[in-house]
Ligand binder design. Structure first.
Ligand code: SF4
Length: 318
């Protein structure tokens, strides 16, 4: 197995929203990602998945815990040049391609922002890099002169991808990169990201709210619920043998083309919204929506366990 490029250890992010209220957006999560892997991270809104992604790229400072990338502890005091190198190597693709592109800048200059900031090229070489990036994401060199509003949502996301690739990253956090796009073009963008992963030797943290979106591109998948990780497994194990009742509920909401799997899958209806991360339930956070909850689920938080080889979950049923 390739070495781990990212290690997240007991990471927490709390937001103080008033004198007596704290949102525990991410509340003690540990996991790692292997070099060259696509790790899908799934959860409903408010699960903390985007907050986790923003801590990894350095947009949020963790409340506690550590993040190690390529041997460096991102959460420690690093010297300026190491911090700069790591900032370049870990890039983010944002959910809303419309909001993340400056409407007053030409596309070529948007893509070259990182090239300029890290002084990777100038003049003719810079221009050639921009043209080649546009072609790499399925656009044309002449698009460099246009403005973001002249493009469709899918094309704008391609521009966002080219901008992230411009600084030659090793690791990309793709934060719901297809959620804002028409269903008809979602698969194209996912396929593009998958192709680029192979061509550019990238590792991805692919964040989505729906398991179906990450199924085909992820090597492993993590399922989050109100700031906690509920389950991590390979994509095939998670879909064939989901252990956690929350994962089972998410999957039972998805139609299954395979009749064998459909028979195996018990239907668990996920009613209502998740509880607020300001006052999450005691014990297991999923207990207020779990059909199997018993007294212990209220009293004790379930331990994070490797129930099968490389298949982890936190549930008192195991
Ligand atoms: Fe359900 Fe209890 Fe397992 Fe939580 S620990 S998922 S409430 S059975």
């Amino acid at each position: 197995m390739p070495e781990e490029i990212l290690q997240v250890e007991n990471i927490k992010k709390y937001f103080q929203i008033s004198s007596d209220q704290t949102v525990k957006s991410v509340d003690g999560i540990s996991f790692s990602i292997h070099s060259g892997e696509t790790f899908g991270l799934v959860g409903e809104s408010g699960s903390g998945k985007s907050t986790l992604g923003k801590m990894i790229v350095g947009l949020y400072a963790p409340t506690s815990g550590t993040i190690r990338f390529d041997g460096y502890e991102l959460t420690s005091d690093l010297d300026r040049s190491t911090r700069r190198k790591l900032n370049r190597e870990v890039q983010m693709i944002f959910q809303d391609p419309h909001a993340s592109l400056n409407p007053r800048m030409r596309v070529g200059d948007i893509i070259a922002e990182g090239i300029d900031a890290y002084r990777l090229a100038k003049g003719k070489e810079r221009q050639e890099m921009v043209y080649s990036l546009l072609e790499k994401v399925g656009l044309h060199p002449e698009h460099a002169q246009r403005f973001p509003h002249e493009f469709s949502g899918g094309q704008r996301q391609r521009i966002g991808i080219a901008r992230a690739l411009a600084v030659k990253p090793k690791f990309i956090v793709a934060d719901e990169p297809i959620s804002a796009l028409d269903v008809s073009i979602q698969a194209q963008v996912v396929n593009l990201l998958d192709d680029l992963k192979q061509e550019e030797n990238l590792t991805y943290l692919f964040i989505a709210h729906d398991l179906g979106m990450v199924k085909h591109v992820s090597d492993r998948i993590g399922v989050m619920y109100i700031g906690k990780m509920m389950e991590i497994a390979t994509s095939s194990d998670l879909f064939e043998e989901p252990l956690h009742p929350y994962t089972q509920a998410l999957l039972s909401a998805n139609p299954v083309p395979n009749p064998r799997l459909a028979r195996k899958r018990e239907r668990i209806v996920l009613s209502g919204d998740p509880p607020s991360p300001v006052s999450p339930p005691s014990g297991c956070r999923f207990r207020t929506r779990c059909p199997y909850a018993t007294n212990i689920c209220k009293e004790e938080e379930p331990a994070w366990k490797e129930v099968r080889t490389n298949h982890w979950t936190a549930c008192h049923l195991y």
